[in-house]
Design a binder for this molecule. Structure first.
Ligand SMILES: Cc1cc2nc3c(=O)[nH]c(=O)nc-3n(C[C@H](O)[C@H](O)[C@H](O)COP(=O)(O)O)c2cc1C
Length: 467
């Protein structure tokens, strides 16, 4: 027998404020429900005990249901099948449950605490799956099905209720339908949609906290600011001197003339002194300070979170005065630490750079931006990784501007080889991994910077002469 009731999700607690109002709280939020009248208390008791039917839903309770304070529990004779929680009013253009349906490709099923949860980043709805029968239904919906094809999987009333509900919260879509046909859906990878939805605030956010948090920081303090590789050979680097004339270009011209320059001057490559000055200007540690027992550093570029989790690594292929190899830039000491004099390794970074630029001649230097996740993630829930990517973008622009001012050839690279980075450093990718790459070298003496697009379309080639 089908039963549908409204109940409080497990994490929601009912209490009273100091002024006597009834209030709901979850791990992140508080919501005053109203004065403690006998009528309200009796309705809340009915909800707490599963006796509140959705058929008598008032606008107030519908509002609480649509913001995740209440969940809809669907039961059959065998017990609870599924508990659905929504965080936004029903979307206007949901699927027609009488037409062919399939599971949305943006849905994920994952373990959360003790439960198996189905969720859709497109609509912000979640469902705790309590019954293998519901899983069996979802399995069938991996391909497009007409509702009548699903008869017999579950009792008719239960089946039709689940199809209606799942369609209403975006778990099911019509197939063929918008997900296969419209560019607004097709352009999104499922992980991109999930990442976007879960790392931002907004009406479709789940109740999990997104923002600075002490949740893990109390148990796992951030990593130290200083990062160095014990035993690595140290290569001292030049610093800019007061007599240097290479940064005399007006800032307006630096901004106006900055371009991505993919072709470099192989005969007269960048020198180790130039590289040293470039790294100093972009990324050296100017000073340090301590806050809540943690060391922080000041560097030339801003950093979301302030932890300066990004480290620079140098894959040097053709640098005058520097042995080809893979190096860590120690920003505190302003020196390089050599991690491998392996041409094979350098070749891996070079070939990834060639793939990104679609050019045959690799850059003289590939600068790898790697994030030490423990410097940021423990203190930022939900948005830590997004912040790291923004921080990488900020440093990338700093490198572009310094390269322009110094007359070097810079080009950001759209992707890189995380396995090569793990091999080069021997560090677990969960602790530290590459998140961005940047090509650097000497500027060709003649010719204008090339005009190629950010990432060339499949099959397209940038012209080798840089035009
Ligand atoms: C994050 C980022 C990634 C980029 N990735 C690549 C790339 O993979 N290959 C490439 O040739 N250019 C890449 N570029 C350079 C862009 O193509 C270039 O910035 C854009 O076409 C504008 O040209 P401009 O930099 O000369 O102003 C990238 C730029 C940025 C900011």
């Amino acid at each position: 027998m089908l039963k549908i009731s409204l109940r409080f999700p497990e994490e929601v607690r009912l209490g009273r404020t100091s002024s006597g109002f009834l209030q709901l709280t979850d791990s992140q939020r508080q919501k005053i429900v109203g004065a403690a009248t006998a009528e309200l208390v009796s309705e809340l008791r009915a909800i707490a005990s599963g006796r509140y039917s959705e058929s008598v839903l008032t606008p107030e309770w519908a509002g609480l249901r649509n913001s995740g304070w209440l969940q809809t529990v669907i039961e059959s004779g065998q017990g609870v099948l599924v508990r659905i929680r929504t965080f936004a009013p029903p979307a206007p253009n949901t699927a027609d449950p009488t037409a062919p349906l399939a599971l949305s490709r943006f849905c994920t099923i994952r373990r959360a605490a003790q439960h198996l949860v189905l969720e859709s980043p497109a609509t912000g709805a979640t469902a705790v799956i309590e019954s293998p029968d519901v899983l069996a239904l979802l399995l069938l919906l991996a391909t497009s099905r007409r509702p009548e094809d699903l008869k017999g999987v579950l009792p008719d009333d239960v089946l039709s209720e689940l199809l209606n509900r799942f369609a209403a919260v975006g778990f099911l879509v019509n197939s063929p339908g918008t997900e296969e046909l419209e560019v607004h859906s097709l352009q999104w990878g499922h992980h991109e949609m999930l990442f976007h939805a879960r790392s931002r605030w907004g009406h479709r956010s789940m109740p999990e906290h997104v923002g600075p948090s002490d949740r893990l920081r109390e148990r796992f303090p951030p990593l130290p600011s200083r990062h160095s590789f014990a035993g690595a050979e140290m290569v001292p680097l030049a610093r800019p001197g007061s007599s240097d004339t290479d940064l005399r270009k007006p800032f307006e011209d630096v901004l106006g003339e900055r371009r991505s320059i993919r072709v470099q001057n192989e005969e007269n490559p960048i020198g180790v002194d130039e590289l040293g000055k470039f790294l100093f200007r972009c990324a050296h540690v100017g000073s340090t300070f301590s806050y809540r027992g943690v060391e922080y550093s000041r560097r030339p570029y801003p950093n979301g979170g302030g932890g300066h989790e990004i480290e620079l690594y140098i894959s040097a292929r053709n640098v005058a005065g520097l042995t080809p190899g893979f190096y860590h830039y120690n920003a505190h000491g302003h020196h390089l630490e050599s991690l491998a004099y392996s041409l094979e390794l350098v070749e891996r970074f070079s070939s990834a750079a060639c793939r990104a630029t679609t050019l045959d001649i690799p850059p003289q230097v590939v600068i790898v931006l790697a994030a030490r996740f423990g410097r940021l993630l423990p203190g930022y829930s939900g948005m830590g990784y997004a912040t790291i990517l923004k921080n990488a973008g900020v440093l990338t622009q700093t490198m572009y501007l310094v390269a322009e001012a110094m007359g070097l050839a810079p080009c950001a690279l759209g992707n890189g080889d995380t396995d090569a980075f793990a091999q080069a450093t021997g560090v677990s990718p969960r602790e530290e991994s590459s998140v961005a790459e940047f090509a650097l070298g000497s500027r060709p003496l003649t010719g204008t910077p090339d005009q190629a697009p950010a990432i060339a379309p499949a099959g397209a080639k940038n012209s080798a002469d840089g035009q």
